[in-house]
Ligand binder design. Structure first.
Ligand code: IMP
Length: 194
């Protein structure tokens, strides 16, 4: 089965490649000739994941899936959530987002947070399926680690060994991560189609 992953984020593509069965031929947006920014204007993770996947299906005619992820911080009432990418402004700079988060939490003893991912899959007949995954953790006092992307340097998963996601290998992150858990649901569903 040929399936496009509707994302321009190379880190996400690397993570997901390792999780899909060999029966799935994973295509990037570049592989299908899509070099544009995908629309992402909905107020929820579910809405954005659907919007991106539907856009690629409608314009490129390829079965595809998209993900949308939010970091939900308890002490910030669930923010930045669906606005995680643009938390520090429209330039979507990870370092700026992390700096703003650490500033907001500077005097905050409650560091609990969760990553939540929604994956939307659009199949040839146009039907849409959704899968979600989450991981709980805490926000570190400062960025640690050089792997991963986004908020990885400040996210310490509760089920881990105290390291941030940015200190883990891809395989270690995939054992615990929000995205891996959502993709697990996707893989389970795909195997029922075979
Ligand atoms: P989106 O799903 O690409 O819209 O991501 C929203 C925001 O969350 C962006 O700032 C990403 O860098 C960040 N993000 C998404 N997934 C992860 C992750 O697995 N680790 C750290 N940050 C992430």
């Amino acid at each position: 089965m040929r399936l496009c992953f509707a994302s321009n984020n190379a880190h996400k593509l690397d993570e997901i490649k390792r999780l899909l069965p060999a029966t799935v031929q994973l295509l990037s947006l570049a592989d299908i000739g899509c070099h544009e920014e995908l629309p992402e204007t909905q107020p929820t993770l579910e809405g954005n994941a659907r919007q991106k996947a539907q856009y690629v299906f409608d314009n490129y005619g390829v079965s595809c899936f998209a993900d949308d992820t939010g970091l939900e911080v308890d002490a910030l009432g669930g923010a930045p959530g669906v606005y995680s990418a643009r938390y520090a402004g429209p330039q979507r700079e990870a370092a700026d987002n992390v700096a703003k988060l650490l500033h907001e939490l500077a005097t905050q003893p409650d560091r609990r947070a969760q990553f939540r991912t929604v994956v939307a899959l659009v199949l040839p007949a146009g039907e849409v399926h959704e899968f979600s995954g989450a991981v709980s953790g805490t926000i570190a006092g400062r960025p640690v680690g050089s792997r991963g992307f986004g908020y990885d340097p400040v996210f310490i998963p509760t089920e881990g060994d105290g390291r941030t996601f940015a200190e883990m290998t891809l395989d270690e992150k995939n054992l615990l991560s929000h995205r891996a858990r959502a993709v697990e649901g996707l893989v389970g569903f795909l195997t029922t189609l075979a």
